[in-house]
Design a protein around this ligand. Structure first.
Ligand code: NOJ
Length: 487
């Protein structure tokens, strides 16, 4: 799965902001790379207080990105190219500019009280202020887990359930294949708003985990099943055992896939990664509980930046694509992009996440293949010319080609796609595992330090893919990763 942040992908209109046509004209990049599906961060109409995660009309494309016709054309071309299209669905909150906020106050979470005292200690996600805003006109508090411009919907109201199911049907009727569902673990919170434990730092977004959400997800799943559509939920609980419950059961299925972010937050350290992988192998197994892996997205510094070197970024990519589960790529990681350095006067995001959202360079020329005209909405990432897709396509040693070979190795191997996972005994600094499916067997060695990998493998093995391009046994000694297959 390949995540596109539409504002940053490619601008075709000259306003400095990426758009749907920018993605449509680069679908060939995705096909060449070898991904199966694309998820678009929000494209619905929005005042952009949170860059689209504040929706003011669930059935319109924001004019910044194009029109409904542009979306239809994009979906049709993606389908013709063999790619599925998932949209981002934002069910926990709307924009304060959504007409519902004025016309249907019963759609939101309100608490009576006195203007000086918020109803509880809950803190909004992006700052340290209360997750409550006082509405002067109504003389009541409303809940906002994120910005005050993003009031939380009240899913205990059946009219909200029906209206939000309608927003899914609107896009499914147009032929989209499914949804990434924003902070979907929070939708069931209702009116029971308990104080949080001190260790939860009063941030409800990482703590809300209530039974009603599961009932709601079963209802959402029934809508998706009518269309044969899929879902991946953003369950922002940093606890794999809890995340696993959001897949539901075979009798009462919920999400098709869920993000599981402990790996996203793991440092580049073999012991930590071993523990994260063990948790997944323990909790995300059995019918309907297929894991996901994410190293980068639009909310955190890119893993190239976090891990500090391209060798590690490549080794991380080997983990991403060879562990048991569905890998999620964030547009630009295949170019090895680092976060942009954003000077304070150009910072725009209330959550401080501008760096990873820097525009994608398509060509080495100035403007990097964007339409030109207005300056891009954020600064370019470092080395944009050399990192551009065009420059790297011309160099088979580039990280871009490496990702292509990695995805091809995965596609060509039932073991890597869906095989069982087993650790191999190894030096503690090495992650060594095998994946098997029938007679297909692959071994993966990820060496996280300068120490040589000493893994006792019986039989003859061939290097299928090495992050530094080496093809002999010396590949086992680099600060990188290799995939082996029986020769
Ligand atoms: C999670 C999204 O990934 C993030 O970008 C957004 O700000 C919040 N949810 C609020 O919608």
């Amino acid at each position: 799965m390949y995540q596109v942040y539409p504002r940053s992908f490619c601008d075709t209109t000259g306003n400095g902001v990426g758009d749907l046509d920018g993605l449509r004209t680069h679908l060939d990049h995705l096909v060449w790379l070898g991904v199966d599906a694309v998820w678009l961060s929000p494209i619905c109409r929005s005042p952009m207080a949170d860059f689209g995660y504040d929706v003011s009309a669930y059935d319109e494309v924001d004019p910044l990105f194009g029109t409904l016709d542009d979306l239809d054309a994009l979906v049709a071309e993606a389908h013709a190219a063999g790619l599925r299209v998932l949209l981002d669905w934002v069910p926990n909150h709307t924009s304060i500019e959504h007409p519902w906020f004025a016309e249907r106050p019963d759609f939101y979470v309100w608490v009576d009280g006195d203007p000086g005292t918020p109803p509880n200690r809950w803190i909004e996600a992006f700052g340290d202020g209360p997750a409550w805003a006082w509405d002067e006109g109504r003389g009541r508090w409303y809940l906002h887990l994120f910005l005050a411009e993003q009031p939380d919907l009240d899913w205990t109201n059946p009219a909200v359930v029906e209206a939000m199911h309608g927003t899914l049907r609107f896009w499914l009727d147009r032929g989209v294949d499914g949804f990434r569902m924003d902070v979907v673990h929070c939708i069931g919170k209702g009116h029971d708003l308990p104080e949080l434990l001190p260790e939860q730092e009063a941030k409800p977004v990482v703590a809300i985990d209530v039974p009603h959400t599961h009932t709601l997800l079963q209802g959402i799943r029934r809508v998706l099943d009518e269309y044969g559509a899929g879902s991946v939920g953003e369950v922002y609980l940093l606890d794999t055992a809890k995340v696993a419950t959001y897949y539901g059961t075979p009798e009462a299925p919920e999400l098709h896939l869920s993000f599981n972010f402990p790996g996203l937050w793991a440092p580049w350290n073999a012991a930590v990664w071993r523990a994260r992988i063990d948790e997944v192998e323990q909790h995300l197994t059995g019918p309907g509980r297929w894991p996901t892996w994410v190293l980068s997205n639009h909310d955190v510094p890119r893993h190239r930046t976090r891990y500090g070197s391209e060798a590690r970024a490549r080794a991380g990519a080997v983990l991403l694509a060879t562990l048991r589960g569905t890998p999620f790529l964030f547009a630009g990681e295949e170019l090895g992009l680092e976060d942009a350095v954003v000077p304070p006067e150009r910072a725009v995001d209330p959550g401080g996440r501008d760096g990873c959202r820097a525009p994608l360079p398509w060509t080495p020329a100035s403007g990097h293949g964007w339409a030109g005209g207005a300056e891009a909405w954020l600064p370019w990432p470092p080395d944009a010319a050399a990192r551009s897709a065009g420059s790297q396509r011309a160099d088979e040693g580039s990280i871009l080609w490496f990702y292509k070979r990695l995805l091809a190795a995965r596609r060509g191997s039932p073991a890597l796609r869906s095989g069982a996972f087993t650790w191999l005994p190894s030096d503690p600094e090495v992650l060594a595992y095998e994946r098997t499916s029938g007679s297909d067997r692959r071994v993966v060695l990820v060496n996280q330090g300068p120490a040589a990998a000493q893994v006792g493998l019986e039989g003859a093995w061939q290097v299928e893919l090495a992050t530094d391009g080496t093809s002999g046994p010396e590949a086992l000694e680099v600060d990188a990763a290799v995939v082996l297959r029986p020769s």
